[in-house]
Ligand binder design. Sequence first.
Ligand code: CP
Ligand code: NVA
Length: 291
Amino acid sequence: MKDLIDLNDYSRNQIETIFDRTEELKANPYQNRLSNKTLAMIFAKPSTRTRVSFETGMTQLGGHAQYLGPNDLQLNRGETIADTAHVLSRFVNIIMARLFKHQDALDLARHAKIPVINGLTDFLHPCQALADLYTLKEHKGLDIEIAWVGGRGNVLNSLMQITNKFDIPIRFAGPKEREPEEDMLSRVKNTTIVGSAEEAVKGADAVFTDTWISMGEEKDAAQLFKTLKPYQVNAELMSKAPDAIFMHCLPAHRGQEVTNEVIDSAQSVVFDEAENRLHTQKAVICTLLNV
Ligand code: CP
Ligand code: NVA
């Protein structure tokens, strides 16, 4: 595989191989595999975890990462994605990009001669899904059921794709207008829409949510808050799933999609989940660079 843009391009077997490498790198994080190699990190949106985990991962493997923020590239003054891809391919060894339009990530990968990793688009967040599944595997194994309470989005889309490959069912509860797109639903077999948050979490091994307002959706905030309020993950809801872990890609909007009581509880594994971004992404980089 040249790139990681969409997990649908990966087989279950390829994902398992990435997890084997993750395990190895997590146990032995400092390895000089990427000496003289450079990762260009394009960020059109803000980031804490993605930026710091990719940059740290490159350092731990003996390589280097360049942060290219929204005001750093000529891309933002109209240079094309194709020209940017051609030029970066002459300088660096691998690119990670966090962009708005998913098509831009596809175009970047198509024009780049080097591997391109999707660090989140409006449609998908494959790096998050890899870390999420790895975290589930560590805490619960993979013979599990997942509840997603809240709204659709890039994190849910990638989670649906990856869990579908592992036959892990997802029960989604959320307002009608924030259900996963029909197109996404029809492409996976594992996700069912249920009538209430309680129904979703009952018997679940993991309860997930994400921010109600994704980056770029701020103008719709007031309306989204109103419709999503009944789908807050709070202590009462989690009491219906006493054996479940709570997961969230972060950043959390405490008091909105999740309460402090839940995210700070013993059921919450959100910081293990965040840490696993580092380990799984290092495995992706080594896989794509064939080292
Ligand atoms: N979960 C995640 O991608 O976090 P950042 O936006 O901080 O990178
Ligand atoms: N759905 C969120 C994820 C942030 C990591 C967003 O796109 O803002």
